[in-house]
Structure formats: C-alpha cells, structure tokens
Design a protein around this ligand. Structure first.
Ligand code: S3P
Length: 437
C-alpha cells in the first residue's frame, strides 16, 4: 500500500444520506464460515477493504473457490468442515488482528501445518490470549519470542473441548475458541467477563450450527455441519462512527447513514454520544439475515463531558478514537476508565490519541486504562496516526472544528477498513484531500 497523508482544511458541516462500507467483523466471518459450509454461500455488502481481503486470500490459498468481490458481492463454494487444503506458503494477514486470531482457532483443528504472518503492527500484538487456551485444547502452536506472530500451527493434533473463563472481554478470543470447538472432540464452552460482539454465534446459528448457551456460558459441540446460506452484510457501525462524530461536532450538520448494523453488542458509541448530549436517532429498524440494522439520523449538538460507564466499553471498543475527539469538542471533562484493551489495538490508542489531541492544543491526560479529556478549542497542526486507520479517520473529522488545517501522517491503512473514506467524506462536506508522501 502506498503511504499517504490526509490534509483537512478547517470548518464546514456534513450533509447527506449515504451508506458506508460493509461491516468488517461480519465480512471476515462470512468468508470463514462460508468456506467451511456445505454448498454455495452468496454474500452481498462485503467490505472490500484490505483486512477482509486478507481473509479472502487465505481461504483461496487453502483451495476454496470464491468468485468476486464484485461491488461487494461474492460467491463462496464451501468445502465443508474438513475440505480445506494445505496452503503452499505462509498466510499473510497484513494489519488484521481478527484474521489472525480467528484463523488460529480454525487452523488448530486441521490435519496440515500453516504459518500466519502479519505486518509490523500485527506482529507486536498479543497472541498468547489465543495460543494459550488453544494449547489447553491440545493445539500445537509456535510463536515468536513474547508469544507474538509469526505463528506456526502444527496440524494433526486432535483438539478436545474444554471450559474457558476468559480473562479479557474479547470477541476475537471467544470466536477463535468457538471455531476451534467445531473441530474438537466434545463441547467447548467459553465465558466472557463482559458481553462482546456476537456475530460468530449469530452466523453459526444462521448456518444451522447449534450454539449452546447456559448461564453466561456459550459453547459448541464438535463434529456438526454448516449449511451454506446467503449473507447480507450491513454497513459497519465502526465506519459510520466517523460520520456520526463529524455530524455531532460540526454545527449545522445533518446526515442519515443507511443500513447500519445496530447489533446491541456494537452500539456503545451511540449510547455514549447520546449521554454526552448528541442528537442521534435510529429509524426504520429491521432485521437482515440475523443481524439488526437501522438508518442512523444525526444532527449536530452541543456535547458535554461525562464519566463513561465501564459496561459500555466493550460495546464501543473500536470507537474510542472517535469518542475522544467528541470529548475534545465537548464542554467539560470526559473520563474513561476500564479500557486498557485500547493499548493493544492496531496502535496504543490511549498513547497515540493523547499525543494527537495534545498536538492540537487539547488537554488530554492518558491513564493506564483510559483518558481524561477536557474539551476546548481545537487548533490546526500535524498529528501522526501511527498507521492506525481509526486514528487517521477521527482526526480527519476533527478538522470540522479546528482553527487551522490538520495534517495527518501515515493514513494508508484507512484502506484496511474504509476504502474510499476521503472521497466519501469530501462528497459530504469535509474539506479533505489525500496526498502521497
Ligand atoms: C473484533 C473484535 C474486537 C475489535 C476488532 C474486531 C472481531 O477485538 O476490536 O476490531 O471482529 O471479533 P477484540 O476481540 O480484541 O476486542
């Protein structure tokens, strides 16, 4: 990917009715479960971003025939639970933590060896959270020093189901273990310390695979079958979040974001912004292929600082960069606690956001598990996204309220989750341009 910077001229407002690209989490899972299913799965609304395309390439490398993507449409010829072929080469997953952690569980149950590699950021991210419980199921996985990628997964080691009380609230860990559980002897059960996104469970059930539930535990029994079905991927609320932010903070804005996934395990950002005084409404609620969707109506409003309820943290885990910019535009102080997970995302989002907000003149005080931000006047300036897509996009929206131009360095990775972001934002009122470096 060619590196590029964003330059945003100050001011303006957001307007229009439009749809942001498909949900990243659901797109990954559509490839994985579609490949393991029996029969043809047709996907629409698939996110053609680098992360989901990395998952797609991986399954092609394991012999799955997938046609597309063509305007978000795919046809996956499922090979069944035991039909994957050994990949000829290491599987390169770029920046995508979801690909690596979910694949780790799925591949631990195969008869062949595989190697998972990632870019510099992914090679720093913690993988013991999946390799340790998988080892307890019988998997053999070799990691680099510190337990990070590259990961070599040895095939032919039978897995046994178990019960695992997860130490972190992570949908990636939960999904990894449920996918391993499809290949394990007996039942695999997990319990999370707080609810996280449940797209894996929903899609398994959509494909006819029973998901077991018992007093906060969720599980699967190995040895079942997945039956292909059609998947309509809703627009990604995590991508919509940047436009929700922009419309909240830029006076005179009004946008309608169409067909957004509003799974209750993902809507923390709306609850948090509404607690801060935002004017966000969900209209035309409906259900599409097992996932709730709605049109999100947003009008600008004066925001005020709040103490963010900790139970909302896992439900808004990818949206804190956007919420921090909202806090910078709010009256008073916003306090976030209980969010240490932000330190192990595509970047350390507590450190990198504090650095960027301070560069723009905002009083942002990082803490080990969160941040305190006192709203103020955003100045223009230069911030470094550290190659983190969500940091690049939230600082782009900050331009709507800044006193001068904002230049954001290292924005190429916006392609991982939101291809076409700069063009879409520019078409709806943000004075943004992408510049090669
Ligand atoms: C994801 C889970 C979350 C989230 C990531 C996507 C998923 O990660 O941050 O962007 O698709 O399961 P964690 O499970 O590490 O919190």
């Amino acid at each position: 990917m060619e590196e590029r910077n964003f330059v945003v001229d100050p001011g303006g407002a957001l307007h229009g009715r439009f749809r942001v690209p498909g949900d990243k989490s659901i797109s990954h899972r559509s490839i994985m479960l579609g490949s393991l299913a029996e029969g043809e799965t047709r996907v629409s609304g698939f996110l053609e971003g680098a992360d989901a395309l990395a998952t797609l390439a991986t399954f092609r490398a394991m012999g799955v025939v997938i046609s597309g993507p063509d305007h978000g449409r795919l046809r996956i010829s499922g090979v069944g639970l035991h039909g994957l072929q050994p990949p000829a080469e290491p599987l390169y997953l770029g920046n995508s933590g979801t690909s690596m952690r979910l694949l780790c569980g799925l591949l631990a149950g195969q008869s062949f060896d595989s190697v998972l590699q990632g870019d510099e950021s992914l090679s720093r991210r913690p993988m013991k959270r999946v390799t340790e419980p998988l080892a307890a199921m019988g998997a053999r996985i070799e990691a680099a020093e510190g337990g990070t990628a590259p990961l070599t997964i040895r095939g032919g080691h039978p897995l046994t189901g178990f019960r695992y009380d997860m130490p972190v609230a992570s949908a990636q860990v939960k999904s990894c273990l449920l996918l391993a559980g499809l290949f394990a002897e007996g039942e695999t059960w997990v319990r999370e310390p707080a609810p996280t996104r449940d797209h894996t469970e929903r899609m398994l059930e959509g494909f006819g695979y029973p998901v077991l539930r018992d007093q906060g535990w969720v599980g699967v029994a190995g040895g079942g079958r997945l039956r292909a079905g059609d998947i309509d991927v809703p627009a990604d609320i995590s991508s919509a979040a940047f436009f929700i932010l922009g419309a909240c903070i830029a006076p005179g804005s009004e946008v309608v974001l169409e067909h957004v996934g509003i799974n209750p395990t993902r809507t923390g950002v709306i609850d948090i912004l509404n607690l801060m005084g935002a004017d966000i409404e969900l209209r035309h609620r409906r259900e599409v292929g097992g996932e709730p969707v709605a049109d999100v109506h947003v009008r600008s409003a004066q925001l005020h600082g709040i103490r963010i309820p900790e139970h909302l943290v896992p439900l808004a885990i990818d949206e804190f960069p956007a919420i921090f910019v909202a806090a910078a535009c709010a009256r008073g102080t916003t306090v976030l606690t209980g969010a240490e997970e932000l330190r192990v995302k595509e970047s350390d989002r507590i450190a990198v956001m504090a650095e960027g907000l301070r560069a723009l003149g905002i009083d942002a005080r990082p803490t080990p598990d969160g941040m305190e931000i006192t709203g103020g006047e955003l100045a223009g300036g230069r911030v470094d996204s550290h190659g983190d897509h969500r940091i690049a996009m939230c600082f782009a929206m900050a331009g709507l309220r800044s006193g001068g131009p904002i230049e954001i360095a290292r924005c190429a990775n916006v392609e991982t989750s939101f291809p076409g972001f700069a063009d879409l934002a520019s078409a709806h009122g943000l004075a943004i341009r992408a510049e090669p470096v």
